[in-house]
Every structure is written in C-alpha cells, then in structure tokens.
Design a protein around this ligand. Structure first.
Ligand SMILES: Nc1ncnc2c1ncn2[C@@H]1O[C@H](COP(=O)(O)OP(=O)(O)O)[C@@H](O)[C@H]1O
Ligand SMILES: [Ca+2]
Length: 479
C-alpha cells in the first residue's frame, strides 16, 4: 500500500505545469522595408538556449521608414496593418507584458547623416504608433552597425544551438565552434566572426560571455555597401555629361531599360564623392548583360590600396584572417536562392558560371520565366549576384578553398536569420553569462527512477517478509 502511494504521489505531484508562454515583438526597420517579428518562449525556461521561436513575421507594405522623410507621420501609419496582426496573434491577457522594440538600420543611419531632424521625426512617428498598442513599448532607435553585426551573430548561433554545444567542458576546449555571420542589406553589410588573432582596431572588437564561455568577436559594418547603395554607386561611376543621357550598363540584362532621375540617385550620402555638376537631370540605363564588365565596374567601389594595420579587407578597414564556418543571410540568401546557388556543394567556380549565364540572358526571356517576381528584384539579380561574388571574394577574401565554409541561410529551425532575435534576447536578458542551473534529471527520467525504486522497494519488502516468515513455517512443522 505504501509503495503504491509513493508511486501515485510521484506521478501526480511531479506533473509538468501547463506551459506559461511569453511573447516579444521586434520591428526590423531596414532601408528597403520593415518587418515585424513575433517571438514566443516558455516562461519557466527563459534562460535555456534555443527555446525562443519565431511564431509570426509580417512584412510592412511600402518602403523602409527612411523613405517617409518627406512626410514623417506616414512612417508610423505604415506599421498599423502588421501591428494589428500582432494583436491578433498574441493572447490578450499576455499583451500588456509583451515588450515591443523597433531597431532601425542603415537607411535611417543615412537619413540621419543627411538630416538629423527628419530622422528624429520619423523615429517619433513610429514610436507614437507603437505606443498606441496595448504592448509594452520599449523604444524605437537607430542601432549601430556594430550592434547589427553582433546581434546577427548571436541570432544564428543561438538558433544553430552552438552556444549550448560550447558550454560543456568538452565544448569549452573547442576553439571556434561558432558560425561567423554575413548580413547583406540594402544600405549596409556586416561581417562578424570569432577570431583567435588579436583584433587591432578597438571599434571592430567585441567580447561576450555567454552560457559560461567567453568569445572574442570581430565585427564590421560597411555603410553604403548594402546592395542597393552599391548599385547606385556603380551607376554613378558612369553618369554621362549633359549632352548624353544614356548609360550602357553591363550589370543589367540586355534589352532591359530603366529611367532614373539624377536628383534621386544623388540624394544618398553614399554618392557624395561621385557627384558631377554637369550630369543630366534624367538618365536612361540600357542593359548590356556582361558579367566580366559588370565585375570590373563593381570592383571600382572597393579601395584596396591604403591599410594602416597588418591587414585589411578594403577601404583601410582592419580584418583578421577568416576563420571557421559562416552563415550568410538576408540579401545574400534572397539572391543566391533565386539563382539556385544555396547548395553547399556548389564550388565558387560554378557559382561564377551561373551568375555569368544569368547576366547574359536577354531581359525579355528572364521576364517571361519569372512573371511573378517583383521587377525591381528581378532586374537586379545580375548586378546582385556579381556584387555578392565581388564583396565576398575581393572585399572579404573568400576564395575557392573556403567558399565551402559559407552556408546561405534563410530560416533556421523556423526563425528568420537576422539581427532581431539576438537584439531581443539581449534586451530581455535571456542569454546568461554563466550556465543556468538545470536539474540533473528531466521530468521523465525522474518519474522513471521513482517508479523503478518504488518497485524495487516493494520487491525488497516482499522478499524480507517471505524470508522472515520461513522460520514460522518451520516451527509449525509444515516442512
Ligand atoms: N526577394 C528578394 N530578392 C532580392 N532581394 C531582396 C528580396 N527581398 C529583399 N531583398 C533585398 O534585401 C535587402 C534588405 O535590406 P534591408 O534590410 O532593407 O536594409 P539594411 O539592412 O541595409 O537596412 C534589400 O536590398 C532588398 O532589396
Ligand atoms: Ca537588414
């Protein structure tokens, strides 16, 4: 009876509690568009690694918030549809304690350079929209390039489970068991990885202690080297003088035509040194679809001549030797996915061939094959593929050898690869410096052991009881 009671108590008392979920919202206000991400995690497992999951993502209609500089109040209004959706997704009783963060990246950094007052007005417009929702508003700010790089690195390694793998005694011995992060945006690009070598420039050096292990991380964010700004710069190199308003551009498929106003092209601070006063007000770009020529033009934006450190990537920026594996996400993934080049087994040479082939296709043929893809994206895949190759090879120093170390990542275990998850994990203190205490046994093993020992106890009691009865039997003269 006692044993049965013990088993029942063990099972009933130790039933896992019903899951109490928590939620968090992060808005990624990128240069080209804004996305709203909703994350969910069990409250009682807050400090475990790998428990936070993306449960919803909503793409805000229209362009990035920096494009509303001429009418800041509209920037806030543009977020309403996705925020209404967030209100539907998150249970009502949890909404008041759900934090909401907005982080703006390079588009807003450029706007701030052009006009700081307008940048502030856009931020306060999005802030007041977010405050009007029942969530716990935690701020709308422009994050630094360093933060963008660091949080992207934290996100992918958290989702890949690398921090937990490194936290045991065996993991602590391993040198570089994390993935480097390569993030390509429209206005900036970030490279972040663990380096064993000394990081010679303070501004590129980060130190983290996560789950009981220390990481020395190198990071750099290149403003104006996102693919949209790089395209502008590439076009600006060949702006003709006032007598001629046509550009023959090898980075667009042959037969493609696009009209651009020089005022719009020159509005970016990234073009500051390339402006010519005699430029016509409108230019017509005509594609010629030539990978080699496009590559030559693209490479003009990487200055490889000056370097005051022992080694540099480009533009005099210190970069230690590349180490370990890398996850490349955001526009790296979108472009390589379109070109069907995300398979890890494809060599650098084959990737070049594929981009070359794509560039040489007539625009009419491309358009016919992909009628559903947004024309802006479709028309730029030749340039984007060429730029990605140039940036990785000529800029960061990847080659045929270490190309296999790059994985192009869209989602990892259902969550988008990007800086937003890392940002939220950091601001909610969900990544502890030291390993959190976890009971040595899981709930299932605990119950199993309790049942086993209870049965063993019953068995021992029965055996003792039977052996104690024996002399009595003998006394009674049964045997
Ligand atoms: N389906 C797609 N195909 C190609 N490019 C895409 C696609 N979706 C998004 N992009 C590009 O990805 C980039 C995202 O950058 P974004 O995050 O907005 O800027 P930043 O990080 O520099 O602030 C943009 O250049 C955008 O055009
Ligand atoms: Ca981005």
């Amino acid at each position: 009876m006692g044993a049965v009671a013990l088993i029942t108590t063990a099972v009933v008392q130790n039933k896992p509690l019903p899951k109490n979920m928590k939620y968090g919202i992060v808005l990624d206000a990128g240069s080209s568009h804004t996305s709203v991400y909703i994350y969910e995690w069990p409250a009682e497992k807050e400090n475990d690694t790998g428990v936070v999951q993306q449960i919803d993502a909503c793409k805000v209609d229209g362009n990035g918030i920096s494009s509303y500089a001429h009418d800041p109040p509209v920037a806030g209004l543009s977020l309403q549809k996705c925020m209404d959706k967030a209100r539907e997704v998150i249970p009502e009783q949890q909404q008041r304690e759900t934090p909401v963060y907005l982080g703006a990246t390079a588009g807003m950094r450029l706007l701030r350079l052009n006009n700081a007052t307008l940048a502030d007005e856009v931020l306060s417009s999005v802030g007041s929209t977010l405050r009007s929702y029942p969530f716990e508003f935690q701020g709308a700010r422009i994050i630094t390039g360093q933060e963008e790089g660091a949080y992207g690195w934290i996100t992918i390694n958290y989702l890949l489970g690398n921090f937990l793998e490194n936290s045991g005694w065996l993991g602590r011995l391993k040198q570089s068991a994390t993935f480097g992060a390569l993030d390509l945006g429209g206005a900036s690009t970030q490279i972040t990885f663990v380096s064993k070598k000394e990081i010679e420039s303070q501004e590129n050096s980060l130190h983290f202690r996560l789950y009981g292990k220390s990481y020395d991380v190198y990071t750099h964010s290149y403003l104006c080297y996102g693919k949209d700004q790089a395209l502008r710069r590439q076009i600006a190199y060949t702006i003709p003088d006032a007598n001629n308003s046509t550009i023959l551009d090898p980075c667009f498929n042959s037969g493609y035509r696009r009209n651009t106003s020089t005022k719009d092209l020159y509005s970016s601070p990234c073009i500051a040194q390339q402006r010519i006063s005699t430029a016509p007000s409108n230019i017509e770009i005509k594609g010629t679809g030539n990978y080699q020529l496009c590559k030559q033009k693209v490479e003009m934006i990487f200055n490889k001549t000056q370097c005051t450190y022992s080694q540099c990537s480009f533009n005099g920026i210190f970069q230690p030797n590349l180490e370990g594996e890398f996850g490349a996400f955001s526009a790296y993934y979108f472009v390589m996915d379109f070109l069907k080049l995300t398979n890890e087994k494809i060599s650098l040479e084959r990737v070049k061939e594929a981009v070359k082939t794509h560039c040489s296709r007539p625009w009419e043929e491309v358009l016919k094959e992909f009628p559903k893809i947004k024309e802006k994206y479709l028309s730029e895949y030749c340039f984007s593929g060429t730029y990605i190759l140039s940036l990785l090879e000529n800029g960061f120093g990847f080659n045929s050898e270490n190309w296999k170390d790059i994985s192009f990542l869209g989602k990892i275990k259902g969550s988008d690869a990007g800086w937003t998850l890392g940002y939220m994990l950091n601001l909610t203190n969900m990544i502890p410096a030291e390993l959190p205490y976890s009971p040595p046994l899981s709930h299932g093993s605990y119950i199993g052991l309790m049942v086993f020992f209870s049965i063993l106890l019953v068995f021992i009691i029965l055996t003792c009881w039977l052996s104690l009865r024996k002399p009595k039997c003998l006394q009674k003269g049964i045997i």
